[in-house]
Write a new protein. Structure first.
Length: 749
């Protein structure tokens, strides 16, 4: 009995089984399936009583002696059913003869008990197809996404054709072979007059037209999560046998697995990924043009081609590289991923590789920071075509600036104040190997003094490096470890800029510390498991206890700085563009070298979200930082996701949750501007060009009900508006001064 997987809100999202099978009645099988099967496997099925002696003689002469592939098999459908129901055994001597004799006897008994309709139905419900699929209904859904009752003649012929050798005639792996075999079946149907010649010829000209679905017999929701869960469960059960020493089998023991996933949040997350990635992909293709990225770097496609199963197979067959490329350059029926839906085309394997390489991928993980429950998990854009999971801990990418909050949290722990002003000037450092290293900023702001709060809001690289050197690289690494990052972290200052490669799961885990008062909580995927008798597993995958790793002060101040990133910094579009206005949320954008990875981390009291966008091959990327930065690629995924959350009354508890009010001393520590500019020129213009009463005083009065951070933000906003008015007046007066001087010059001339 298969095990079932449920969400926290009791929605069945999948099953784990050995045989992917759904039984159907005789009436639910399209007649063309029966015709194709009888024409190919057992033309006298309706006449014999289990054994077709004429067919056995024909096979001996034509198949064995003459090598005629179209002659069919010697076993009847009833004999094959007997083999499916009672698998063959190994005997001490003459195993084949004994097994065949046993199958013949069993076939005769089956014929005496069941009708022909029942026999052919049982056969089609038990026979194995490609990709570990059992039964005609499952095969029909897997390869064509339709029930067996709706199969067309060419589709039925393809499925029946693969029964001869399920792997060799797998249309997904070997489309040319499968097409040839399908046409053999169509030929058999014509030969025995199930179809006429005209119909057969037209059917043979049709492409394979697969509509492959990997997630049959279950909802397509959360495919990456379910695959990760399957692997982790099997590993855990292998390590924890029951009292009798037996290992539970997730495929046969009929377990009910209740996960922490929320079905609605999962749907919102998957919708957000699709919504953003369709737009990003359009931008990416327009940015590079047709095959532009491969023209600039041909090695990308060449390397990917050599990793394909087709290339390796031809290489093992002894073909030269020139011969392999010639073979892989031939057009064959191919199923392609497209944001407008999968499509069947004639395309060479080389072009197919290039087609799929150009797709940017994504990952999203959402956790409850109070208990570690994983509520949404999106490992990629389409599990059927891109099975590499970008959430799991084994998938590591450079993290860029999303590592900076860990640096600043360490700095606060070491006594560095968030309002300390630091010049953003460039400095050259000597690394342990004696090499020079000069970090740069994305903006030309080297003459600006930033507070540490402002440096994080605007993601200033030069100040992040100064902060980690002052706080200590070793202290920063130690804190990162305590927060849940297990990946290798080089003992160098450049980790402050995110040079280390870390998984999305690790980074999301680390950020929960900023949302819950400084306690590390590890990801929890399963809430409970029950067996067939309803017994709950007493000690399943023990949750790691919460551990205090960051002081209340450092956690609260870093949290406030993260919220400044959203209100005034690089993530401000989360509010004005995606409508996440009233939710208390902080965040950090991240972009890695040459725009290979875009990141965004979001923290709120009841939800921490990590999102990533990039190509599976880091060499495939935007050339423009404006397009490739995390604020443009990854942040919108979280924006679309949170927009759905805040507009759903079911999640009011998440949307309206508030962080604890800051202590008065901590408020004072944060009461500063983000940067300090030399305004000497403006002051001169103000004094010389217009009267004092023309200045409009800034309204810095706090509004009732405003939180401290809202006061800071709104005061800054009012001051910015005031400054804009002053600048406008200054420019107008400066123009008057210049015009007056020009008139004087003209008079002098």
């Amino acid at each position: 009995m298969p095990s079932e997987v449920y969400t926290a809100d009791s929605v069945l999202i999948g099953k784990f089984y050995i045989q992917d099978r759904t039984e159907v009645a005789y009436e639910a099988i399209a007649p063309v399936v029966l015709d194709a099967l009888i024409a190919t496997e057992d033309i006298r099925f309706k006449q014999h009583s289990g054994i077709d002696y004429a067919s056995m003689g024909r096979v001996l002469i034509r198949s064995v002696i003459m090598g005629d592939e179209s002659s069919g098999g010697g076993s009847t459908i009833t004999q094959q059913l007997a083999k499916n129901l009672y698998p063959r055994k190994r005997f001490w001597i003459a195993s084949m003869l004994l097994n065949k004799t046993r199958e013949m006897i069993t076939a005769i008994r089956i014929e005496n008990i069941y009708s022909k309709e029942e026999i052919i139905t049982m056969y089609l419900n038990t026979v194995s197809f490609a990709d570990q699929t059992f039964g005609i209904e499952s095969a029909s859904n897997r390869f064509f996404s339709v029930p067996a009752s709706m199969l067309q003649p060419h589709q039925a012929a393809l499925l029946i054709g693969m029964l001869k050798a399920t792997h060799s005639y797998n249309p997904r792996l070997f489309p040319e072979r499968a097409l040839t075999r399908r046409n053999v079946v169509i030929g058999q149907m014509k030969k025995y007059e199930f179809i006429d010649s005209l119909r057969a010829d037209s059917l043979k000209r049709l492409p394979l037209s697969l509509k492959y679905s990997k997630t049959i017999n279950q909802t397509p929701l959360a495919p990456y999560f379910k695959e990760y869960l399957r692997i982790e469960l099997q590993r855990w059960f292998n390590e924890h046998p029951n009292e009798d020493g037996e290992v539970y089998n997730i495929y046969t023991d009929g377990l009910k697995i209740y996960t922490t996933l929320d079905s609605k949040l999962q749907r919102y997350a998957e919708k957000a990924v699709v919504q953003q990635m369709t737009e990003v992909q359009k931008q990416f293709l327009a940015h590079w043009g047709q095959d532009g990225i491969f023209k600039s770097n041909p090695a990308i496609a060449e390397d990917a081609l050599r990793r394909t199963n087709r290339y390796k197979y031809l290489e093992e067959e002894g073909l030269t590289e020139e011969e392999i490329l010639k073979e892989l350059g031939k057009k064959i029926p191919t199923r392609l991923f497209s944001w407008r839906g999968d499509k069947e085309v004639l395309m060479s394997p080389i072009d197919s590789v290039k087609h799929h390489l150009q797709f940017l991928n994504a990952g999203l993980l959402a956790m409850d920071p109070q208990n570690g429950y994983v509520v949404a998990w999106v490992g990629g854009i389409d599990h059927d075509f891109f099975q590499y999971d970008h959430v799991r801990e084994s998938t590591k990418r450079q993290v860029g600036s999303i590592f900076k909050p860990i640096v600043y949290a360490t700095a606060v722990e070491q006594g560095i104040a968030p309002c300390d002003l630091v010049m953003a000037n460039r400095e050259t450092y000597i690394d342990k190997e004696g090499e020079e290293w000069t970090p740069r900023n994305s903006q030309n702001d080297y003459e600006v003094k930033y507070s540490m709060r402002g440096a994080m809001a605007y993601s200033v690289n030069t100040i992040a490096v100064k902060a980690i050197l002052k706080a200590g690289v070793d202290n920063t690494i130690r804190l990162a470890r305590e927060m849940g990052i297990v990946s290798e972290l080089p003992d160098v200052p450049s980790i402050s800029l995110g040079s280390a490669s870390v998984s999305l799961m690790e980074m999301t885990t680390a950020y929960t510390t900023f949302a819950n008062g400084g306690e590390r909580v590890m990801p929890v995927l399963i809430s409970s498991i029950t067996d067939q008798d309803g017994n709950v597993f007493p000690a399943l995958m023990p949750k790691e206890p919460r551990k205090k790793v960051l002081s209340d002060k450092a956690s609260a101040i870093t949290n406030a700085m993260l919220r400044t990133v959203v209100t005034e910094g690089t993530a401000s579009r989360l509010r004005w563009k995606y409508g996440v206005y009233n939710m208390e949320v902080g965040g950090k954008t991240g972009t890695t070298q040459a725009n290979a990875d875009g990141w965004f981390m979001a923290v709120s009291p009841r939800l921490v979200i990590g999102s990533w966008v990039g190509a599976d091959d880091p060499r495939i990327r935007f050339r423009s930082t404006e397009l490739g930065q995390g604020a443009s690629t990854a942040l919108p995924i979280t924006g679309y996701f949170l927009n759905q959350v805040v507009n759903d009354k079911q999640f009011e508890m998440i949307a309206e949750a508030k962080f604890p009010e800051l202590e008065e001393d901590w408020k004072k520590m944060l009461d500063c501007d983000l940067y300090e500019l030399d305004s000497t020129l403006i002051k001169k213009i103000e004094l010389s060009a217009f009267k004092r009463d023309s200045l409009i005083e800034a309204d810095t009065t706090a509004k009732a009900g405003e939180s401290f951070l809202e006061q800071l933000y709104n005061r800054k906003l009012r001051m910015q508006r005031q400054q804009e008015k002053r600048d406008s007046i200054a420019r107008a007066n400066l123009i008057k001064i210049v015009e007056s001087e020009n008139e004087t010059d003209s008079d002098d001339n």
